[in-house]
Ligand binder design. Structure first.
Ligand SMILES: Cc1cc2nc3c(=O)[nH]c(=O)nc-3n(C[C@H](O)[C@H](O)[C@H](O)COP(=O)(O)OP(=O)(O)OC[C@H]3O[C@@H](n4cnc5c(N)ncnc54)[C@H](O)[C@@H]3O)c2cc1C
Ligand SMILES: *[C@@H]1O[C@H](CO)[C@@H](O)[C@H](O)[C@H]1NC(C)=O
Ligand SMILES: *[C@@H]1O[C@H](CO)[C@@H](O)[C@H](O)[C@H]1NC(C)=O
Ligand SMILES: *[C@@H]1O[C@H](CO)[C@@H](O)[C@H](O)[C@H]1NC(C)=O
Ligand SMILES: *[C@@H]1O[C@H](CO)[C@@H](O)[C@H](O)[C@H]1NC(C)=O
Ligand SMILES: *[C@@H]1O[C@H](CO)[C@@H](O)[C@H](O)[C@H]1NC(C)=O
Ligand SMILES: *[C@@H]1O[C@H](CO)[C@@H](O)[C@H](O)[C@H]1NC(C)=O
Ligand SMILES: *[C@@H]1O[C@H](CO)[C@@H](O)[C@H](O)[C@H]1NC(C)=O
Ligand SMILES: *[C@@H]1O[C@H](CO)[C@@H](O)[C@H](O)[C@H]1NC(C)=O
Ligand SMILES: *[C@@H]1O[C@H](CO)[C@@H](O)[C@H](O)[C@H]1NC(C)=O
Ligand SMILES: CC(=O)N[C@H]1CO[C@H](CO)[C@@H](O)[C@@H]1O
Length: 581
């Protein structure tokens, strides 16, 4: 209440004074005296040609009280099922809807009693269904003039809840569905095939389009993940990372609207600071991206396969898992290879060998020094290998049918650590990491999903990438590993406990076992307690912050763990406020 009164008094000041010096401390939320009038919102709707959408939570069919009550028992039961089977896929195309169950926080949920009111909670109040730069410019202008929080959302997958916010106006990018090929894109730094991808395109759509043209691109493994938004701006890994580099390394052009309303193209030659920051410096921070143009590569055969061995003898099993990690560098270094696997208390399951432009003999060769280690420990295994004619065939075999895929959709509790080569190759350090895995996976459903990758600078199989903001710790690591535990939709308190265990125990133990390394900024738990500036952005943080201040002088873009995040705080009622007060 005090905060609210304070904000109100400052708002009155703003009417008379200089907007930038006397701007209110906190953004308004509905119920605040300064919240824009119905007429103001109607004005915005006119400016964006009727593209303003008021959020109606999808689970309104599950409640008979609150502003959005629309109870329908059948529809609610269907929704509760669909979310558990394919959570992200079910919620993805909804404006204003939250994917992350922690941030929707049961404010309108199929898993709470019918008479609990359906409320917006952390959901945006309105979304602009963005169709081009003018809609983004209108959103920025309205948010600044009316002191309303702005968020940018493509799919809403973000683990930190960065694409949502209480009382916000959301720029919803999901319907920018263009894909344009340039068979011979030419610039001072690159000449060759490229594809311009609209901000609303999800990976599964991108793969289908480029596969049909005979190309490969570096895009998310999970078909339902957005491409130009959080993924590429947040570094982005892929099954083709060893072959071609990280997602941020692929960008030739960003089409952007900056918070001050400038519409521009950033390339390695033009608006170079913005180009640099957008490529790996974190999403939702420097501007709104309308499209990216990325390198494309001629497709061809890919060898793939799976390998599984079980924990039938715990000491032998964990010994073998440690040896597996120590072989990781030899599997991928100076090669286009990628190896993705799950480690649990039950088994080590390689669900995807990805060997571009090779046949299955390459997998046999790669495993020739490892399989004898299983034999000598009497650990039986099953190996299956395939010659695929192209990349997407292989991807769909491991991740399921496009565009959404089937391996990813249900929303997990997740963290992500970059594993340095020096750790897996050092017997003592390797054992330390295995002890952490063993301890936590033998408890309450944890498993660890890992990919062996090689992104070293100067790698012999990849073209050099333009300078960008990717944390250099990526280049020194040989794998990224995700502790993973499925979300319990029916018992969210169980999952909150799991989140607390991850950020309080499991993840710090993984950090201690991999000293000095980093994290993947897109795949981290919202309760993460590590040194986020260092682990996410590393040596680039200060430069990124100055670029942030240059392009977003009025702090219109904010995200938990985004560059500059500590210049804001959330008050007790959920308002976004300037931190210095
Ligand atoms: C089910 C699931 C599967 C995943 N699969 C993969 C994977 O295969 N590979 C991988 O590397 N990562 C994966 N991730 C992590 C993923 O990269 C991040 O969640 C990423 O933020 C998603 O981006 P988005 O734009 O789709 O999501 P959103 O939640 O819509 O946005 C994420 C962030 O990007 C900002 N943003 C969105 N669009 C724009 C834009 N046009 N311009 C500027 N900022 C924008 C938002 O403000 C927010 O900060 C996955 C995550 C989930 C939950
Ligand atoms: C915006 O205008 C369109 C077209 O007139 C209308 O359908 C829509 O409901 C309006 N949005 C809001 C939030 O009022
Ligand atoms: C309730 O939902 C079901 C399933 O979606 C639908 O078929 C039915 O028409 C709805 N009933 C009402 C009264 O809207
Ligand atoms: C969820 O709701 C609880 C109780 O209303 C609140 O204490 C908590 O801060 C909320 N969490 C989030 C992430 O909004
Ligand atoms: C958003 O706009 C697209 C066209 O750009 C339209 O097809 C779609 O129906 C709109 N979505 C909503 C929810 O209004
Ligand atoms: C692509 O364009 C460049 C510059 O115009 C030219 O030198 C090159 O030969 C072209 N390549 C192909 C494959 O057409
Ligand atoms: C591993 O365990 C599973 C489940 O019990 C079983 O189906 C599979 O055959 C086992 N694989 C090997 C290689 O032992
Ligand atoms: C894949 O192709 C190679 C080369 O033709 C062949 O030697 C190998 O047996 C094939 N692998 C499978 C699993 O069919
Ligand atoms: C190997 O790892 C251990 C434990 O982390 C460390 O103390 C030791 O210095 C490392 N050895 C080398 C050669 O780096
Ligand atoms: C972990 O695996 C071992 C060996 O198979 C088994 O004895 C133990 O019960 C498992 N623990 C859990 C929690 O499943
Ligand atoms: C050779 C092979 O296994 N091809 C498979 C590739 O993946 C698709 C989609 O899952 C399968 O239909 C093919 O049989």
């Amino acid at each position: 209440m005090v905060a609210r009164l304070f904000a109100f008094l400052l708002a009155i000041g703003a009417v008379f004074g200089d907007q930038s010096r006397h701007a209110p401390v906190c953004k308004y939320i509905p119920g605040d005296a300064g919240w824009p009038s119905h007429k103001a919102w109607q004005g915005l709707n006119t400016t964006v040609a009727g593209r303003l959408i008021a959020t109606v939570p999808i689970a309104h069919v599950c409640h008979n009280s609150g502003e959005f009550s629309a109870y329908n028992e059948t529809a609610c039961a269907e929704l509760g099922q669909a979310i558990q089977v394919a959570g992200a896929k079910t919620l993805q195309p909804q404006p204003g809807e939250i994917m992350n169950p922690y941030f929707s926080n049961l404010t309108c949920s199929p898993f709470t009693p019918v008479d609990t009111p359906c409320e917006l909670g952390e959901r945006a109040v309105y979304s602009i269904n963005v169709s081009g730069p003018a809609d983004v410019q209108a959103g920025f202008k309205f948010a600044r003039k009316n002191n309303v929080r702005l968020v940018v959302k493509t799919t809403g997958l973000d683990y930190m809840g960065k694409s949502t916010g209480k009382g916000s106006l959301s720029l919803w990018m999901y319907n920018l569905k263009s894909v344009d090929f340039k068979d011979n894109y030419t610039s001072p730094s690159y000449s060759g095939p490229a594809v311009k991808i609209g901000a609303g395109i999800i990976a599964g759509e991108a793969y289908a389009a480029v596969n049909a043209k005979g190309y490969r691109i570096v895009a998310p493994e999970c078909g339902l993940c957005g491409f130009a938004g959080g993924y590429t701006q947040g570094v982005g890994h892929s099954q083709l990372t060893s072959a071609y580099g990280l997602a941020a390394d692929q960008v030739l052009e960003w089409e952007v609207v900056t918070p001050s309303g400038q519409y521009l193209i950033a390339t390695p030659e033009k608006n170079t600071d913005l180009y640099w920051a957008l490529a790996g410096g974190g999403p939702g921070t420097y501007g709104v991206v309308l499209s990216i143009t990325v390198k494309a590569y001629p497709d061809g055969p890919v060898a793939g396969g799976t390998l599984i061995f079980n924990n039938t003898d715990p000491d032998a099993y964990w010994d073998a898992v440690g040896i597996w990690y120590s072989k990781g560098p030899s599997f991928v270094q100076d090669s286009p290879n990628n190896v993705q696997f799950f480690v649990s208390n039950t088994s080590l399951w390689v669900f995807a060998f990805v060997m571009p432009d090779q046949d299955t003999s390459a997998i046999d060769k790669l495993l020739s020094t490892f399989l004898p280690e299983l034999d000598s420990r009497k650990l039986p295994y099953t190996l299956k290998t395939y010659n695929y004619t192209n990349y997407v065939e292989n991807l769909s075999n491991s991740y399921g049918a496009l565009p959404y895929g089937e391996l990813c959709p249900v929303y997990p509790v997740l963290g992500s650590r970059l594993i340095p080569k020096a750790v897996v190759l050092n017997e003592t350090a390797n054992k330390g990491l295995m002890d952490v895995y063993r301890k936590y996976t033998s408890d309450s459903g944890w498993f660890v999903g890992c990919s062996f990758i090689d992104t070293a600078e100067g790698g012999s199989v990849r073209a050099k990438h333009p300078p960008n903001a990717v944390n250099p710790l990526w280049r020194e690591s040989i794998a990224y590993c995700n502790p993973n535990n499925p979300w319990d939709w029916e018992h969210p308190e169980v999952s909150i406990a799991v989140k607390n265990q991850l950020s309080g125990e499991f993840f710090p133990a993984m950090e201690a076992a991999t000293p000095g390394s980093g994290v993947y900024l897109n795949e981290i738990d919202s309760l993460y307690t590590g040194d986020w500036k260092q682990t996410m952005y590393g040596v680039h943080y200060d430069r990124l912050l100055s670029i942030k201040h240059k392009y977003d002088p009025h702090s219109l873009m904010y995200g938990h763990f985004a560059v500059g995040a500590d210049e804001s705080v959330i008050d007790g009622e959920g308002r976004l406020c300037r931190a210095q007060y």
